[in-house]
Design a protein around this ligand. Structure first.
Ligand SMILES: [Mg+2]
Length: 389
């Protein structure tokens, strides 16, 4: 049986996929699913070549009627930040477009984070960018003059390793990585054997007659993230592992369409690498980054750090109760990852307009994802009573 967090990640992967949305015939509505949706792992782990999961309903003929649909209310401009701050105990911040833009800190961020910490709020920083590990992100925060613990950072590189741990991925199996250094570092920390990554960036294939590429039969998972050194060798190697190794998992750190390598234009994101492997394998990946709820479930289940240090009573409270999702506010600049991530996780959501989403995009009739609130930037928390947008 799948663990709750794994089932949740899988469910989000399925339900958030455009094809699923098309299948369910939902347009301009957000949707939740009832407990009647049951996820089953068709075959035991690594015991079968197919390793496919199935989505079944107890009463499959009523699948659509079991889905609870609701029309999203329009987002409200944040007018009373105090009220929002007081209503939650944890803020999850996306990084790029919220905390920084490229290598530049967004105005007022240090003061805002200090204020939230002074109010006893727990802060978590989540990013779909898998090129860095938590430690490497910690250095970036430090360079920008922000004091953030590694434990407060959740990058999708870490999520990939955490996911493998959550399913007890066998330590004698290997992970083939299509991605950069961050994924390798996190796999290493989690004690997994890996191959690929930057080392395969220069590799080429000589297509002479009869050429056959060998691959490691012990690879039990292919992890795909953003990779600036993506090439045909990696596509073929990953494809062979997924298609030919019994039970081999196909894991994506994210499916972001675009990313911001420079501030001059949008660049093809991790979704392009994932799409190549999905195309050749004819399989959809298990997505562990936003908007999948895997990271949210992980946070809710594993963050038990006391809000007040050196308080044994508070420590005891948090150890016993963890984080309630309704006590979390997800803050991000992107609708289809950050805000959807928060909504999928049952959290409050705040869109900031300091990144990729403009007010006109939010209010466009073609946009169906509406956060609870929106504001210009997180330092509007400091003007509090009437953050003007
Ligand atoms: Mg962002």
């Amino acid at each position: 049986m799948l663990s709750k967090s794994v089932a949740s990640a899988v469910s989000t992967t399925l339900l958030s996929h455009p094809r699923s949305a098309a299948y369910f015939g939902l347009k301009r509505v957000s949707f939740a699913y009832s407990n009647d949706l049951v996820f089953t792992w068709k075959n035991s782990f690594f015991n079968n070549n197919n390793n496919k999961f199935s989505l079944k309903t107890r009463k499959s003929s009523r699948m659509e009627s079991n889905l609870v649909t609701k029309v999203s209310a329009s987002a409200q401009p944040l007018k009373n930040a105090d009220e929002l701050i007081d209503s939650v105990e944890t803020f999850i911040f996306d990084c790029d477009g919220v905390i920084w833009k490229g290598d530049k800190l967004i105005d007022g961020v240090p003061e805002t984070l200090d204020m939230l910490r002074a109010k006893g709020k727990r802060l978590v920083f989540v990013t779909n960018n898998s090129t860095k590990s938590r430690k490497q992100y910690g250095k970036k925060f430090e360079t920008l003059g922000l004091s953030v613990n590694e434990e407060e950072i959740f990058a999708s590189s870490f999520a990939a390793a955490a996911y493998l741990k959550s399913i007890d991925f066998p330590k004698d199996k290997k992970v083939y990585v299509i991605g950069e250094d961050g994924i390798l570092k996190e796999l290493e920390l989690a004690g997994y054997q890996y191959l690929g990554g930057p080392a395969d960036g220069e590799k080429k294939i000589e297509l002479k007659p009869g050429f056959l590429m060998e691959h490691d039969k012990d690879v039990g998972a292919v992890v795909v993230g953003f990779d600036r050194y993506f090439n045909y060798y990696k596509i073929q190697y990953g494809t062979l592992c997924v298609r030919e190794n019994p039970g081999c998992l196909f894991i994506a750190t994210n499916r972001d369409a675009v990313t911001h390598l420079t501030d001059a234009q949008e660049w093809a994101g991790g979704g392009s690498m994932v799409g190549a492997i999905a195309g050749s394998c004819q399989r959809e990946p298990i997505v562990v980054g936003k908007p999948s709820t895997f990271m949210m479930d992980y946070l809710a289940n594993n963050l038990t750090r006391p809000l007040v240090s050196n308080s044994s009573l508070m420590s005891l409270f948090n150890d016993r109760f963890g984080i309630s999702k309704s006590q979390i506010c997800m803050v991000g600049d992107r609708l289809d990852t950050d805000i959807l991530f928060g909504q999928n996780g049952g959290c409050k959501t705040l869109l900031v307009l300091s990144g990729v989403t403009s007010l006109s995009m939010l209010q466009s009739p073609s946009n169906s994802i509406q956060p609870d609130f929106y504001t210009n930037k997180i330092s509007d928390f400091l003007s509090l009573k009437a953050a003007a947008v």
